[in-house]
Design a protein around this ligand. Structure first.
Ligand code: ADP
Ligand code: ZN
Ligand code: ZN
Length: 705
C-alpha cells in the first residue's frame, strides 16, 4: 500500500502550485490516482485530486497530515494524465486542466418507477387506456412518468401480472430532438468509402488519418462504420462535432444507428443530464460519446476510435484557460489509448494535410457535380450587390427556389459617424467602432466586449444631428433583400444564435419554407443539407482575407468552399457567386475551381517560406493592464527573459484596448515546440512574481487561432 498521496488542489490561484503530499494512514485501499479528496491546507480545507502515489515524501514525517475525507466522483487515471499534459502544453495549471476532466457537478442519480411489460401472462379483457399503456411498453421498459395514463392504471396492470414496476435509476436525458431526421443506413458503400474503411481496419494502434472528402461525399457513413467496428471489437469511440446546434443531423444519425449506446455531451444539457451522461460513459453503459470539443474529455475506457468531424472548424480551439485545441487533445488521447484518430473535412487544415495519412472521397455520393463558382469583381461596383447577384437572386425568386447569402458582418451598419465633424462612435471600453443594430430596441453595440448604448440623437463632439451610417451588415441586408425581392428572408447570425434554440428555429423555418433566402454570417456555411438550395452567394469575400493573420487565406478558402458545398445538393443543381475586391487572390481562385489540393500545396509552400505553422509553432503572450505602460513593461520584461534556441520573439506590439485594458503582445515563432513552451512557462512564472509582472495580467496562447 503506498503511504503517500500527491494531491493537486483545485484552486484557480496560479501561485498555489502542487502537488502536495498527504499521509494515507486510515485511507488504505480507498485512494488511487484520480480520487478526489478533501484535504487540510494550512487553516483551510481544499478539494484536491490525487495525481500520484508514492512510498516516500521529501516532506518531514511530522509535517505530513492525512486527508479529511474521500469525495465521490473519481476521475479516470488516463484523464488525470491527460490533464497534467494539457497544463504543461498550454502553459496553464494542473488545477485548471483537472477541472476540465472532472465529473460534472450534479446530484446523485435520479430514481423513479420504471414499468416493464410482462410477456408471459394471457392478457384477458383490457380497457382502451390499458391497451395504450401496454402498447407504449412494446418497445421496452419506460419510466412511469413518461407513459400515457395514471399511476393507478399501471398499478392495476401490475396486480394482474401484465406489467412489473420497479424503482430504478432514471436517465435525465432529453434527447428526443435528436431522434428525428436520421437517414436510413446506406445499402452499399461507394468504392472510395470502402477503401477508406479497409485502410482504417488495417490501422496500426494510434495511427492518425485525414478523411478528405468533398461536401456530400459520405464521410459520416465512414465514421458510423468505423465506430461500429470499434464497438464490435469491444472498444469505445468519441465523435467530435463543431457545435451540436449546427449538427443535429450527425447526432441523429449516430443515435439512429447505435441507440442508447450513444451519449451526447453538450452545453445545452442541464447539470443533471450532463452528470447522467458522464456516469453512463464512465460506467460503460454508453460506449460512444458525441459532442463538441469538451466531449474529447469523455470518460471512456478502451478507446478505439476518435473522430473529429469538420476538423477545419476554429471552434475546436478553447478560448478559456487552458487554451487547449481539441484536435491536439484528441490526438494525445488516441495515441495513448492506441486508438485510431480520424479527422474529416472537405477543406483540411494545412497542418493535417501535411502530417496525416490521407483517405480521399473525391466525389459526391450521388455523382452530382459540385456547383460552378463565379467570381464577381467588385472594384467598380457602386452597390453592395453586384448586378449579376441581383439577377441571380431575382431568378431564384421567379423559380420559387432557395438561396443562401453569406455576409460576415452582423448588425445594420459597420459604424456610424458625424457628418459635420467626422466623429466616429466608439466603445468606451475598447478602441473599436460601435456597430448599429436596429429592430425592436435600436442600439449601438461593441462586438468585442458586449457594451451597448442607445442610438445617438446628436454628436457628442459638435452637437450636429446629422449622423451617417456606413456599410452593410446582415440585418440591413435582410431588410433590403426582403424589400427588393419580397421573398421571405431568414437571418442567421450571432444575434439569433445567442437565443437558445435560435439556430434550430431559423434553420427549421428555412427548410420548411417552399422558397426563400437565408442570410447570415459564417454559420450559414456550416454543414447544413438543404437539397433545394440552388444559389449560394458570398458577399465581401475579402473580409476574412483582410484579417491580419497568417490563417487568413486558409479561412477564406474554407469559407467559400464550404458555402459552395451548401448549394446544388439536389436534382436542380446550383451555382455559387463570390463577390470580391481581389478576384486574383489564390484562396478565392482555388475555391472557385474546387481545388483543395492546389490550394493546400500553394499555401504550404507559402507557410514554409515564412516559417509559419506547420513549419513552426506560434505562442502568443498578451499582457493587459489599465495603463498602457504597465502592459508594455510586462511584455518587455518577458521578452528579455525568453530566449529559447531557434525561436524568434516578435514584439512587444500594442493591441487595441479591450474591456478597458490596454494590451501588448509578444509572438514566438518557434522551430522547437517543447523547448519554446518550457521557456515561456519559466519566463511567465518568473515575471509574474516581480512588481512589473504583477501590474499586468499575463495570458499565454499556444497555437493561437
Ligand atoms: P458528408 O458528411 O461527406 O458531407 P454525408 O455523410 O452527409 O456526406 O452523406 C451525404 C448523403 O449521402 C447522406 O444523406 C448519406 O446518407 C448519403 N450516403 C452516404 N453514403 C452513401 C452511399 N454509399 N450510397 C448512397 N448514399 C450514401
Ligand atoms: Zn460631430
Ligand atoms: Zn467594447
Amino acid at each position: 500500500m503506498p503511504r503517500i498521496a500527491r494531491v493537486e488542489p483545485l484552486t484557480t490561484a496560479r501561485a498555489l502550485r502542487g502537488p502536495f503530499d498527504y499521509r494515507l494512514e486510515g485511507f488504505a485501499g480507498a485512494v488511487g490516482v484520480g480520487t478526489r479528496l478533501e484535504v487540510p491546507f494550512g487553516a483551510r480545507r481544499l478539494t484536491g485530486v490525487v495525481t500520484g502515489l508514492a512510498e516516500e515524501s521529501e516532506v518531514p514525517e511530522e509535517k505530513l497530515v492525512p486527508p479529511l475525507r474521500v469525495l465521490p466522483g473519481v476521475i479516470p487515471p488516463d484523464l488525470v494524465a491527460l490533464a497534467l499534459w494539457m497544463a504543461d502544453e498550454y502553459c496553464s495549471t494542473p488545477a485548471r486542466a483537472l477541472a476540465l476532466v472532472a465529473p460534472p457537478p450534479g446530484r446523485g442519480p435520479r430514481t423513479g418507477l420504471v414499468a416493464t411489460r410482462t410477456l408471459t401472462v394471457p392478457e384477458g379483457r383490457l380497457t382502451a387506456g390499458q391497451r395504450a399503456l401496454l402498447d407504449a411498453l412494446a418497445g421496452g421498459p419506460r419510466p412511469a412518468a413518461e407513459l400515457p395514463g395514471s399511476h393507478d392504471s399501471l398499478r392495476r396492470l401490475e396486480a394482474r401480472g401484465l406489467v412489473s414496476l420497479e424503482r430504478r435509476e432514471l436517465a435525465q436525458r432529453s434527447l428526443g430532438a435528436f431522434a428525428v431526421g436520421a437517414a436510413a443506413p446506406v445499402a452499399r458503400l461507394t468504392p472510395e468509402q470502402d477503401a477508406a474503411l479497409t485502410a482504417l481496419a488495417a490501422a496500426t494502434p494510434g495511427e492518425a488519418f485525414l478523411l478528405h472528402g468533398v461536401t456530400g461525399s459520405g464521410k459520416t457513413e465512414v465514421y458510423l462504420r468505423a465506430a461500429a467496428r470499434a464497438l464490435a471489437a469491444g472498444r469505445t469511440a468519441i465523435v467530435l462535432v463543431p457545435e451540436i446546434a449546427l449538427t443535429p443531423q450527425t447526432v441523429a444519425r449516430f443515435r439512429a444507428r447505435f441507440g442508447d449506446t450513444v451519449a451526447v455531451l453538450h452545453s445545452a444539457l442541464g447539470e443533471g443530464e450532463r452528470a447522467d451522461e458522464w456516469r453512463r460513459l464512465a460506467a460503460g453503459a454508453a460506449r460512444i460519446c458525441v459532442g463538441p470539443r469538451s466531449a474529447v474529455f469523455a470518460p471512456l475506457a478502451d478507446l478505439g476510435l476518435v473522430v473529429v468531424d469538420e476538423e477545419h472548424e476554429p471552434s475546436y480551439k478553447h478560448e478559456g484557460d487552458p487554451r487547449y485545441d481539441a484536435r491536439r487533445v484528441a490526438a494525445w488521447r488516441a495515441r495513448h489509448a492506441g486508438a485510431t484518430l480520424l479527422l474529416g473535412t472537405a477543406t483540411p487544415r494545412p497542418e493535417s494535410y501535411r502530417a496525416l495519412r490521407r483517405l480521399v472521397l473525391p466525389a459526391r455520393v450521388d455523382s452530382r457535380a459540385l456547383p460552378p463558382v463565379e467570381v464577381l469583381d467588385m472594384r467598380e461596383a457602386a452597390t453592395a450587390l453586384h448586378p449579376e447577384t441581383r439577377l441571380a437572386l431575382g431568378r431564384v425568386r421567379a423559380e420559387q427556389g432557395k438561396a443562401i447569402v453569406l455576409l460576415n458582418r452582423r448588425g445594420w451598419s459597420n459604424f456610424v459617424s458625424c457628418r459635420a465633424c467626422g466623429n466616429v462612435w466608439e466603445c468606451p471600453e475598447c478602441d473599436v467602432a460601435l456597430v448599429l443594430h436596429r429592430g425592436a430596441s435600436p442600439r449601438l453595440a461593441c462586438h468585442h466586449c458586449g457594451h451597448r448604448e442607445g442610438v445617438p440623437e446628436r454628436c457628442g463632439e459638435c452637437g450636429s444631428v446629422s449622423v451617417a451610417r456606413h456599410g452593410t451588415g446582415t440585418q440591413r441586408l435582410e431588410a433590403e433583400l426582403a424589400e427588393a425581392l419580397g421573398d421571405p428572408v431568414f437571418r442567421l447570425d450571432a444575434d439569433v444564435t445567442a437565443r437558445r434554440g435560435g439556430v434550430a428555429r431559423v434553420l427549421g423555418a428555412f427548410e420548411a419554407a417552399p422558397a426563400g433566402i437565408l442570410v447570415g454570417t459564417q454559420v450559414v456555411a456550416k454543414g447544413h443539407d438543404f437539397p433545394d438550395v440552388t444559389l449560394g452567394v458570398v458577399l465581401d469575400a475579402d473580409q476574412t482575407l483582410r484579417f491580419p493573420d497568417f490563417r487568413a487565406d486558409e479561412r477564406t478558402f474554407s469559407l467559400v468552399a464550404q458555402l459552395a458545398g451548401r448549394a446544388g445538393r439536389g436534382p436542380r443543381g446550383g451555382r455559387v457567386l463570390v463577390q470580391t475586391l481581389d478576384p486574383a487572390a489564390p484562396a478565392i481562385a482555388f475555391a472557385a475551381r474546387h481545388d483543395a489540393d492546389g490550394f493546400l500545396v500553394t499555401e504550404l509552400a507559402r507557410r514554409e517560406a515564412l516559417a509559419y505553422p506547420p513549419f513552426s509553432s506560434l505562442i502568443r503572450i498578451v499582457c493587459a493592464a489599465p495603463a498602457a505602460r504597465d502592459a508594455t513593461a510586462a511584455a518587455a520584461a518577458l521578452h528579455a527573459r525568453i530566449a529559447p534556441p531557434g525561436a524568434a520573439v516578435l514584439g512587444p506590439a500594442p493591441l487595441f484596448r479591450l474591456r478597458g485594458r490596454e494590451r501588448a503582445q509578444l509572438v514566438l515563432k518557434a522551430a522547437r515546440r517543447r523547448e519554446a513552451i518550457a521557456a515561456v512557462r519559466d519566463a511567465v512564472a518568473a515575471v509574474a512574481a516581480t512588481r512589473t509582472g504583477r501590474a499586468a495580467a499575463i495570458s499565454v496562447d499556444v497555437d493561437p487561432q
